[in-house]
Design a protein around this ligand. Structure first.
Ligand code: ZN
Length: 408
């Protein structure tokens, strides 16, 4: 929802004697109207009219767009008594009477979502004793919060069915004004005293509301629950109505079709196929690990045999690798373990990226941890390990070469 604008106008407004007549209160279907300009912002970017069909952001419902005297209306702000129409371009100074046109597809969509919410809240309350504590209408989807931490999938499906049955019946939605003192049967207690605007869904719901609504539940089209989320002590239910529901179902279908095609199965076989692929992957990973261990043993033997023992009988093997892959270090450590297990040997392994050293020593040999720690410290690096195997990094390739020389 766009942030409420602060109008520069306010500073210069010295009279608020008039109220904007809200034409949408009595006729939500009014799309075109004429009105008198009664005030304007100092920069001419906002107009105040004696009457308007433009709905301002309020009660959770987003503002209307459209045109005033052919200029795009980009925001409509409820300032209490008056309504500000924010324009994309400055209004001509001599403008006294304007024709307004409300973007009907946007407004009707809002009316569908809003009336859908009344119906969904009514069904949740009537049939499942779940009360709506807050609502939000978004550009993509809308939500309502129910006063329960957990709402079962079965309840959600049943509510969705009942809402769609009430849409198909359909039921009349009427709007009238009634005094808070005499109004009875409201779903929620009257929000204030005085005259209330009542939105009534025949034999189902009676709520005080200032928003715009469709005249029959049939015009909601359809309602689709998209998911739930636990929010503090409530359950947030996400839903879409009308064309939004059709578009959501279409997007789901396209996604499922694309997934099924990529896996070369029918959509109905997707779940079984992905589960089977998960099993295959785990089996393959396990086989790969086994093969990798065998390969390490083979390579270790090859390098061990190729090296020449020094006077004390100790062999020295240097393994340089490019690195740069997530498994590079583990693979190097694995070879190190396998090699020093074969006999009296010292293993010096390196990765170019990032500059890394692995030092391993066989049982009875040097303390790899102590030796490497000193070399790393001398070359600006860091790391450590135990007596058998240690690892660390240095800042550069030059430092890596110098460290290897120091170990040799
Ligand atoms: Zn409403």
């Amino acid at each position: 929802m766009p942030a409420r604008r602060t109008l520069r106008h306010r500073a210069i407004s010295c009279y608020a004697a008039f109220m904007t007549e809200r034409l949408y209160y009595t006729d939500a279907y009014l799309r075109a109207f004429d009105a008198r300009v009664v005030d304007r912002a100092a920069d001419d970017h906002a107009l105040y009219l004696d009457r308007t069909a433009f709905y301002p952001t309020s009660g959770g419902q987003l503002f209307d767009t459209g045109t005033l005297a052919g200029i795009a209306v980009i925001d409509v702000v409820d300032e209490g008594e008056r309504i500000a129409h924010v324009l994309a371009a400055p209004a001509p100074r001599d403008l006294q009477v304007v024709s307004g046109i409300v973007d009907w597809s946007r407004r009707f969509d809002h009316m569908q979502q809003h009336t859908g919410q009344h119906l969904l809240s009514a069904i949740f309350a009537d049939r499942f004793k779940l009360n709506t504590v807050s609502v939000h209408f978004g550009a993509e989807s809308s939500t309502l919060d129910l006063d329960e931490e957990f709402v079962s999938p079965k309840t959600l499906l049943a509510a969705e069915d009942l809402v769609n049955l009430a849409i198909a019946e359909p039921r009349e939605v009427s709007v009238y004004f009634e005094s808070a003192a005499t109004a009875t049967g409201l779903r929620k207690a009257a929000p204030r005293e005085g005259e209330l605007r009542i939105v009534d869904i025949a034999s189902l719901d009676k709520s005080a509301c200032g928003g715009t609504h469709v005249r029959t539940t049939a015009e909601i089209g359809t309602l689709l629950i998209r998911g739930t989320e636990k929010v503090r002590k409530t359950t947030r239910v996400e839903f879409v109505c009308g064309l939004r529901a059709v578009r959501a179902a279409r997007a789901d279908h396209e996604l499922i079709t694309a997934l099924a095609q990529s896996l070369a199965v029918a959509p109905a076989e997707l779940v079984a196929k992905t589960m089977a692929q998960g099993d295959d992957l785990r089996t393959a990973q396990s086989a790969r690990k086994e093969a990798s261990t065998a390969l390490d043993a083979y390579r270790a033997r090859e390098r061990f045999d190729a090296s020449v023992p020094d006077a004390s009988g100790r062999r020295r093997v240097v393994e340089r690798r490019p690195g740069g892959t997530p498994d590079a270090l583990n693979e190097l450590r694995s070879l190190a373990h396998a090699l020093v297990a074969l006999g009296d040997a010292l293993f010096i392994g390196t990765l170019a990226s990032p500059p890394t050293i692995v030092l391993a020593s066989s049982e009875g040999g040097i303390d790899a941890g102590v030796v490497l720690k000193k070399v790393l410290t001398d070359h600006g690096g860091r790391g450590g390990g135990n007596a058998r195997i240690a690892q660390g990094t240095v800042p550069s390739t030059e430092a890596l070469d110098a460290a290897i020389s120091a170990l040799a």
